[in-house]
Design a protein around this ligand. Structure first.
Ligand code: AHR
Length: 551
């Protein structure tokens, strides 16, 4: 259908709907969702469905890398089951090698013959979680068996774009240039290209996405914003390009630290103007880590438990994750004061609920934690926020893929299972590359007791998108006990049919284990169409997806 014809028919359908609405909204439904087909704020970048992998605990070693000699099914040393499952959810981009690890990593240690690679002390050796390890194995003393070549192989097997975080704190800018040269210089061109070819990779890797440091306000150098701006200029003024179209990502604030962003952008755009067309992204890290309900600001004491929690903790976690919407709005507004054309987009390259230690599957899994249906809702509402902000967020990577904070997969040695988060990513994959649509959710708030005081949280929220004649609606019902009787109206189109999916559990602590890997999984969700509306009974504590075919 022509765009003009589409707009005309959508306006007509909208008018019909508006009239029909008055009658239909008066049914037994208690929640209403309106999707506006002619109101889009752009394409949802597939790259917001990315993943993050760091050399920490069980992420790379045990998670991604099992080694070529392993009895565990692998391709070139990479765990095959992980690759297969990542393909299922169409992971578009993977960030590596950190995290904090990145700023103490020398990429040259991770190339060349594996037997000749040096063993180094891993950044996370300093962490209290590493202290519990009796055997100070490869989680503490990095063997460098997994380096640039192996990471590229991993990305290729998965079909994902590589996103490398460069070391800004402890390596010179020239070393960064050389890393780009190793990855991207044409076959047979440079000495580094020849070294790459000797490892079996004649063709360049063509890595586009490069992070200029990580958390440069903290583990990445404890810089001031002005100092970081100066480093950023130094590291990015010249980088070999080879026509790859580099996409450079600056190390953004800690949570919603507005001062960091103000001062960096002021330096780069106003004080000492520096225009670099490759500067495309400003990173945000948002962990929901303090669940103390305002009782402490202590990083360790403020953490909650992944498995033992009360209803108030359920909502506290969702509320903390939901802050991402405000962070996106605040950071975007500040950036726009300096970068008035918004050439720089947001890159949320670490996010997720972060609990205290104690639920990791193996002592070597530093920051490993179990993932319940609560975390699935938290992940889903975060992805919905990214979808709604399609014009602002261009990349996002979940921290972290496997055996870590908000993992999609948990495994140890030859045992492996998917967490509820995997199912969320599978459901939400349909949004990748679709047009984000405005959707209005109108539903009662949920009320609960927050340490003796009444508190509330939204009952239903989500996002919608359109690809061809399919509209995808995803939503979260945060209520622990009440289903949401929802009625869905499409403004500007008619509904031909709908397929629903739900991820729900009657116990808020439900999670998958080696013994019961399918305790939390998706199931079909019934929907009906009447009077041009879609009716759906959304289970309590659930994430749902509706795949609506337009008439
Ligand atoms: O994801 C774990 C750590 O959290 C990352 O290494 C760091 O960037 C953040 O503080």
């Amino acid at each position: 259908m022509e765009r003009r014809q589409f707009l005309r028919s959508s306006a007509l359908a909208g008018a019909v709907l508006a009239i029909a609405n008055k009658r239909a909204w008066a049914t037994s439904a208690d929640s209403y969702i309106e999707i506006f087909l002619d109101e889009s704020n752009g394409e949802i970048s597939p790259n917001i469905y990315g993943q993050f992998t760091e050399h920490i605990g069980g992420v790379i070693y045990d998670g991604v890398w099992v080694g070529e000699q392993s009895k565990i099914r692998n391709q070139f040393g990479i765990r095959s089951e992980l690759v297969d499952r990542m393909k299922e959810i169409q992971v578009p981009i993977v960030r590596w090698p950190g995290g904090c690890f990145a700023d103490s990593y020398d990429w040259k240690d991770g190339i060349g013959p594996v037997s000749e690679r040096p063993v180094r002390t891993n950044f996370w050796e300093v962490d209290g979680d590493a202290a519990r390890l009796h055997e100070k194995g490869l989680q503490v003393f990095e063997p460098n068996s997994f380096g640039t070549n192996e990471f590229m192989r991993f990305c290729k097997l998965v079909g994902a774009e590589p996103y490398i975080a460069a070391n800004l704190r402890s390596l010179p800018a020239l070393s960064f240039d050389h890393w780009v040269e190793y990855c991207n210089s044409p076959a047979r061109s440079t000495t580094l290209a020849k070294m790459r070819a000797e490892a079996g990779f004649s063709d360049p890797f063509n890595v586009k996405f490069w992070g200029i440091g990580n958390e440069s306000w903290g583990c990445g150098g404890s810089f001031t914003p002005e100092e970081y701006a100066s480093e950023f200029r130094r590291y990015t003024s010249w980088i070999p390009n080879y026509g790859v179209g580099l996409q450079l990502i600056g190390a953004g604030p800690n949570g919603n630290d507005t001062d960091w962003t103000h001062r960096f952008f002021e330096e780069i755009f106003t004080e000492h103007p520096y225009h670099n067309t490759s500067f495309m992204g400003w990173s945000i890290h948002h962990y929901a880590s303090n669940l103390s309900r305002g009782k402490t600001r202590d990083w360790v004491l403020g953490k909650g438990d992944a498995l033992k929690f009360e209803p108030a903790d359920w909502f506290e976690l969702l509320r903390e994750c939901d802050r991402v919407d405000r962070i996106i709005a605040d950071q975007w507004a500040i950036m726009g004061q300096y970068d008035t054309q918004h050439e720089v987009k947001l890159v949320v390259d670490e996010y997720g609920p972060w609990y205290r230690e104690g639920t990791e599957l193996d002592p070597t899994h530093i920051f490993g934690q179990q993932v319940t249906v609560r975390d699935a809702l938290a992940t889903a509402l975060t992805l919905d926020a990214f979808n709604r902000n399609a014009d602002k967020v261009s990349v996002a990577t979940c921290a972290q893929l496997v055996n870590n904070i908000n993992a999609l997969f948990l495994c140890h040695e030859d045992r492996f299972f998917t967490t509820p988060n995997f199912h969320v990513f599978k459901m939400y994959a349909a949004h990748q590359g679709a047009q984000s649509l405005r959707a209005n959710f109108s539903a009662p708030d949920v009320h609960y007791d927050r340490d003796g005081k009444p508190a509330s949280f939204w009952g239903l929220n989500g996002s919608a998108s359109r690809k061809g004649n399919i509209v995808t609606l995803t939503a979260v019902n945060s209520d622990l006990s009440r289903p949401s009787q929802a009625q869905v109206a499409l403004r500007g189109a008619t509904i031909a049919r709908c397929a629903g999916t739900a991820l729900a559990a009657s116990d808020m602590h439900a999670h998958n284990t080696f013994e019961n890997p399918d305790a939390v999984k998706t199931a079909p969700l019934d929907t009906s169409i009447s009077g041009g509306f879609l009716n759906v009974n959304i289970p309590p504590a659930s994430v749902i997806k509706l795949e609506i075919t337009l008439g």
